[in-house]
Structures are given as C-alpha cells and as structure tokens.
Design a binder for this molecule. Structure first.
Ligand SMILES: Cc1cc2nc3c(=O)[nH]c(=O)nc-3n(C[C@H](O)[C@H](O)[C@H](O)COP(=O)(O)O)c2cc1C
Length: 210
C-alpha cells in the first residue's frame, strides 16, 4: 500500500492474529516509523520493548491478570464480569508480537522555562500537564506512526490502554522499576479476520471553519 490516504483510511484495530511470526526487520521498520514522529522539544520521550517470546508474553499476561483482578475487586458484580474483562484486556497474549510503549522524561530545550515553572511551585509533571501533556501527545504521535506502518506492511494491530491498569505487574515481569511509565500496549500480527465497517461522526459535528 503506497498511498498515504489509503493507508490512513483503511487502518482498523485488529484483535485476532494468524500465528505467522513477525520478522525482526519489520519490527525495526515499525520502530523507525515511531522515531520519525514529532515530539515536544524533540525530546523523543519514548522507549519500546517488543516481545515475541510466547513464554514471556504469557508471564506478562498472567501478571496482568493479577493487576486487573486487584483493580476490579471492589466492583459489585466482580465475580460475574471479571473473567470476561480479563479476556478483553489480555487478548494481547495471543499476538505474535506485542509492543510495550513507554514514556520517558521530557526535557525542555531551554532550562529557564523549567526553572520558571519550578519557581512557581510546579513539579515537572504539573508543568507538563499545564502545557497540555506534550510528552503524552508525543508518544501518541509515535504510536499512530507505528499503527500505520504495521497496516501498510500487511499486518494488523490494536492500540490498547486497558492493560495499563496492571502496569506495575507488567513492568515487574519485564524487570523494570515502578517509575517506568508504560503508556500503551500494541499487539500485532497478520490479521485473522476482516473488520466490520465503522460509522463516522458527520463532518458538521466535528468541524467548524471560521
Ligand atoms: C488511546 C487508545 C486506547 C485504546 N485502548 C484499547 C483497549 O484497551 N482495548 C481495545 O480493545 N481497544 C482499544 N483501543 C482501540 C479503539 O477501541 C479503536 O481505535 C476504536 O474503537 C476505533 O476503531 P478502529 O481503530 O478500528 O478505527 C484504543 C484506542 C486508543 C486510541
């Protein structure tokens, strides 16, 4: 698929995959696409771990199950919903490859900007929130580049944030500290089905040209 518009408009979330292995060269293409995304102050505040090892992926999913149970424990209908919820959140375990997307610290070109916010009593996080989450947005741009590259290469992916409720447990299995900011999980592989068509909001509901 060569045409950018065609790639953008035909990309869909894919949640079931054929067992075909994802070649290392293609994984590197996908991560290269991520690195070409814009980022606040060119901070390139991202890091990626790609897991193809089935045993490791199963360990991650089992650890995530613990975190998910913990998160939903107090809900009134816990017993009746938890198994389904776990299946929905851990389907990434069946993918031939999964990208774990991390956000790293974002710094400003000009340290005086940060100094100014610190003087006003802002922490780094409060400063970035006040500025409209440039670090989170940068990682989001990288994720979209990856999704489009995956799709253009004949694969399918799903951008997942539900597993983040078990970020601590997932990071433990990956040997990372609690401070590692796991932001998204992206399972991908050759699509095992064709997605149903999707309804779009009408242009007049989402656009104002003044
Ligand atoms: C930030 C973000 C988080 C998402 N998290 C999940 C998720 O945890 N589980 C899931 O199945 N889909 C998840 N999705 C996929 C959305 O459900 C999907 O993009 C949406 O329904 C539109 O469908 P499409 O991607 O096929 O166009 C997420 C999408 C985004 C952008």
């Amino acid at each position: 698929m060569e045409n950018l518009r065609e790639v953008i408009e035909s990309r869909r979330s894919i949640r079931k995959y054929l067992p075909d292995e994802v070649p290392e060269d293609f994984i590197k293409d996908v991560i290269t696409a991520a690195t070409h995304a814009p980022s606040g102050c060119n901070s390139q505040c991202w890091k990626f771990i790609v897991v193809r090892d089935k045993n490791l992926l199963e360990q991650i999913a089992l650890a995530a199950e613990v975190g998910i149970r913990d998160f939903y424990r107090d809900t009134p209908d816990f017993e009746s919903v938890i198994d389904r919820r776990i299946r929905q959140i851990t389907f990434f375990r069946h993918a031939p490859a999964v990208i774990f997307v991390f956000m790293t610290k974002m710094a400003y070109y000009d340290p005086r900007v940060m100094e100014y916010y610190h003087q006003k009593g802002f922490s780094d996080r409060q400063m970035l929130d006040a500025l409209g989450y440039p670090d989170v947005l940068s990682v989001g741009a990288a994720v979209q580049n990856m999704l489009l590259t995956i799709h253009a290469g004949g694969y399918g992916a799903c951008w997942m944030n539900d597993p983040i409720i078990a970020a601590r447990e997932i990071c433990q299995v990956l040997g990372l500290s609690d401070e590692s900011q796991l932001l998204s999980v992206i399972p991908f592989g050759k699509p095992a089905y064709a997605p149903r068509s999707k309804v779009f909001k009408p242009m007049e509901d989402i656009l104002e040209i003044r």
